[in-house]
Design a protein around this ligand. Structure first.
Ligand code: ATP
Length: 464
């Protein structure tokens, strides 16, 4: 049996009033492999523990196969957990460790056939008589998996099960977990902060930031259509290039995105997606370009939808099958605080507006809190607050400057634009190189980090 797991508006507040999970809604289908992805401390394990019944739910409801389950004891949930620290009993052999949950469930019965079948499935038959201290990390994790699988639970809850293993073993076990859970057809919720792991394992990936769900979708969706700058930057390697830009939308000519010393000219007439950028005229935005959105080629080689740019080579990273080239294009990178800082910054207190608070403002403030603070920081510590020519103080709280920058831009790698190319192209430091940007792969985010191009599924109300 496999089960549906639903979380509706679930929050977790710890003793001292810290809200670590904030109104999380997620429906996980029977047999689905869902990955909870996010930086350290964003609340992933807390969500998993609430599903397991190891942590009380402060607000909201948990439904298992449609039945209210907030107060169901862990033993009544028929779920198995696998942790990152393997959690084996040191004085038991692998056979006894795997058979332990079976003995608890049905004492006195002969569980050898089930234990043997599980060991065969995991390829660990020859390890059954060893104690944990006589096993390698990978072998221990296989035994831990065996213990979770043996009693055929209706759901697996895995909390970073591979993070204590080396890279090669991790890749190998990742493939095994994927194969195994698919064969068993059991609903799996898997926690990780490793985006590559999330992308390769999940049917869907739920990205969390500061306890707030940012986006849930297939790996392809979250990569190709990230809802905000945080998701765009968290998913994909090398990290997406995020550049500060300004929209120029004259009434009688082509629109363009100014990127520091250069600009990207948009086609005229504009595409429906680009047309939506008109309302941003004069405003600062964040331009997102993945490494594959830019190629080295002369303007004369441009295909439809490609526009020129030039870059000065600052650093070349040879990776064997490909080369990452870091260019200086004269633009300014946008900073995403949680991705630059080793630990997420504490959630700052919300600032009160000087001009008092009406109902509309309170609604806006609540919407702001759903985003768990600014996703991106455009204020440059060196140059003072970002200026926004179109945006006077009258534009309301949505446009008001938010909290100051939390991470220095100096922590970044050299250059402002990283692109991927083939190893046969020889480039040296200091060379000026012609580039072509494929506008089909251009993202534009508003100054708060929400995607505005390609157009989001739900267009923001212009009054918001
Ligand atoms: N029992 C507790 N009491 C108070 N705060 C807690 C408790 N357990 C966790 N937290 C806090 O809740 C937040 C979320 O923790 P959680 O372990 O869910 O994050 P995570 O995303 O799984 O992080 P990691 O990847 O580092 O394990 C953290 O700030 C953590 O310090």
């Amino acid at each position: 049996m496999t089960r549906a797991i639903s979380l509706h508006d679930v929050s977790k507040v710890y003793a001292r009033g810290v809200r670590v999970v904030d109104r999380l809604t997620l429906d996980i289908a029977p047999g689905e492999f869902l990955v909870l992805l996010g930086p350290s401390g964003c609340g992933k394990s807390t969500v998993l523990r609430m599903i397991a019944g190891l942590e009380e739910i402060t607000e909201g409801e948990l439904l298992l196969d449609g039945e209210w389950a907030n107060d169901l004891p862990p033993s009544g949930r028929d779920m198995a957990m696998v942790f990152q620290n393997f959690a084996l009993y040191p004085t038991m052999t692998s056979r006894d460790n795997i058979g332990f949950p079976l003995r608890i469930e049905a004492p006195g019965r002969d569980h050898r056939p089930k234990v043997d079948a599980t060991a065969r499935m995991l390829g660990i038959e020859d390890l059954l008589d060893r104690f944990p201290a006589q096993l390698s990390g990978g072998e221990r994790q296989r035994v831990a998996m065996g213990r979770a699988i043996a009693r055929r639970p209706s759901a697996f809850l895995m909390d970073e099960p591979l993070s204590n293993l080396d890279a090669k073993l991790r890749n190998h076990l990742r493939a095994e977990i994927s194969k195994l859970t698919r064969e068993l057809g059991v609903t799996t919720v898997y926690v990780t902060h490793d985006q590559a792991e999330a992308m390769s394992l999940g049917d869907r990936v739920a990205v969390l930031r500061g306890g707030v769900l940012q986006q849930v979708g297939s790996p392809r969706e979250v990569y190709a259509l990230p809802r905000n700058v945080f998701v765009a930057a968290f998913v994909g390697t090398p990290r997406i290039n995020l550049l500060r830009g300004v929209v120029h939308a004259p009434l009688d000519g082509a629109m363009s995105l100014a990127l520091g010393k250069q600009c990207l000219r948009l086609p005229d007439p504009p595409s429906p997606d680009h047309q939506l950028l008109r309302v941003q005229q004069g405003r600062e935005v964040i331009v997102g370009l993945r490494a594959e959105a830019v190629r080295i080629a002369k303007p004369s080689a441009a295909r439809p939808g490609e526009v020129p740019l030039t870059g000065l080579v600052e650093h070349v990273e040879y990776q064997g099958h490909e080369v990452l080239v870091h260019f200086n294009t004269g633009s300014h990178p946008a900073v995403v605080p949680e991705l630059e800082a080793p630990r997420p910054a504490p959630r700052p207190a919300r600032r009160r507006r000087r001009d008092g608070g009406g109902v509309l403002e309170r609604i806006r403030e609540r919407a702001g809190s759903l985003r768990a603070g600014p996703v991106v920081v455009l204020d440059d510590p060196a140059n003072g607050p970002a200026n926004d020519p179109a945006d006077g103080s009258a534009n309301g709280p949505a446009d008001a400057p938010r909290e100051p920058a939390l991470a220095p831009a100096e922590a970044r790698l050299p250059g402002d634009l990283v692109i991927r190319t083939t190893p046969d192209i020889r480039l040296r430091h200091g060379l000026q190189v012609p580039l072509l940007v494929d506008l089909a792969h251009l993202f534009v985010f508003d100054r708060h980090g929400e995607r505005i191009c390609p157009a989001p599924a739900r267009l923001p109300d212009l009054a918001e």
